[in-house]
Design a protein around this ligand. Structure first.
Ligand SMILES: [Ca+2]
Ligand SMILES: [Ca+2]
Length: 370
């Protein structure tokens, strides 16, 4: 039910717009929107402290929703679903090559929105600082689902993202990743609690990003398989593609898993940096579980089982300790190898669904799968 406060705030904001005055109101407006025109205007005209609540339904913008408006660390801009209503923003009415949502902005909190069927990438945050993305979905789009890019990309958190089914037909699947943090720099970026699956290219790709990114509590699976009957399919299918383009950078992956990807579970992708991979699991990926040929990666307490070309390919600069391919380390049994529960709905707080898949009960090796 619409609270009186929201009604008053929304009507006050409407009055401001109606007078043609686009200066910031003296109060932090809460704007409730229920059509695509109001949604687009609210995003574009937000100021620090604006709270945009989107009523349930499916929205079909005809141009990219975008903003260059900055919040502040103490007064962010919020874009979220109204209450527990289900909000979908579809790209099917956008011109080809369009993104659904683009921010070139700082201090936004975006949550509980599904971005689907984008002609190109679904969500792109360019040179963003201090944005928080909670429980959003980027699905079935025409390029990467969720993207952070550009220099000055720092202190952004992507929490509990689902990104799946993305496929770039024009390039035969070569580019569409679940998450792309590519072509940029800036520290303090975190991906946690993500499910990245059935994308045509990689689960997550850090190509040409020159500052360390941290990934944790994430599942990357089923990427790089030709699910689109593309006779020239070119997807790579790495679960975690941790570099490229000559950057030397110490990315960190903790307590995460990769399975059933067409390529490697975890790979440096030519990054020579001191990549840290701790307590992760690679299961039944097409190539290696862990491919670190030229980096100075530090691989610790990881578990690799049933990968097509082997558990690990590592060069002489890699530090490897406590992994199940290291001498004297045993391989614990999985409690389950049935991934069905991994597709279940998330918990009420938005965390990954409970599963025994790939769990072992070990307190010393492999991902805990939560
Ligand atoms: Ca690729
Ligand atoms: Ca890629």
């Amino acid at each position: 039910m619409r609270s009186l406060r929201n009604v008053l705030a929304a009507s006050a904001a409407a009055t401001v717009v109606g007078l043609g005055l686009f200066c910031a109101p003296a109060f932090a407006a809460t704007v409730v929107v229920s059509n695509v025109t109001d949604l687009s205007n609210a995003i574009k005209n937000a100021t620090a402290g604006t709270v945009i609540q989107v009523r349930g339904g499916t929205y079909y913008p005809t141009t990219t929703l975008q903003s260059t408006a900055n919040g502040s660390s103490s007064s962010p801009i919020t874009l979220t679903a109204y209450g527990s209503e289900v909000v979908k923003i579809s790209g099917t009415s956008l011109p080809s090559g369009s993104w659904i949502f683009k921010l070139t902005a700082d201090y936004w909190n975006v949550s509980n929105i599904i971005f689907q069927n984008s002609p190109d990438s679904a969500v792109v945050c360019q040179s963003c600082i201090g944005t928080n993305w909670n429980n959003i979905k980027t699905i079935n789009g025409g390029d990467s689902g969720f993207t952070l890019t550009g220099d000055g990309t720092s202190n952004n958190t992507v929490r509990n993202l689902d990104s799946y089914g993305n496929y770039d037909a024009a390039e035969h699947g070569e580019n569409a990743d679940g998450v792309a943090i590519k072509f940029g720099s800036g520290t303090g970026n975190l991906v946690t609690g993500a499910r990245l699956y059935n994308n045509s290219d990689d689960g997550i790709d850090l190509w040409s990003f020159s500052s360390p990114v941290t990934i944790e509590h994430t599942w990357s699976f089923g990427n790089g398989k030709n699910r689109w009957s593309d006779s020239a399919f070119a997807g790579d299918g790495n679960g975690y593609k941790l570099g490229g383009d000559g950057e030397t950078v110490a990315h960190v992956v903790n307590n995460s898993a990769a399975w059933d990807d067409a390529g490697n579970g975890f790979t440096e992708n030519s990054n020579k940096g001191a990549i840290v991979i701790n307590r992760t699991t690679a299961y039944a990926n097409g190539n290696y579980g862990y491919y670190f040929a030229t980096s100075s990666a530090k691989l610790g307490k990881n578990l690799a089982v049933g990968n097509g070309r082997g558990s690990v390919s590592k060069g002489s600069s890699v530090t490897s300790a406590g992994n199940n391919w290291d001498s004297g380390i045993s391989t614990p049994s999985f409690l389950s190898t049935n991934a069905t529960t991994c597709y279940n709905a998330r918990s009420s707080s938005g965390t990954l669904p409970a599963t025994t898949f790939l769990t072992t009960g070990s307190s010393t090796i492999g991902a805990t799968m939560n």
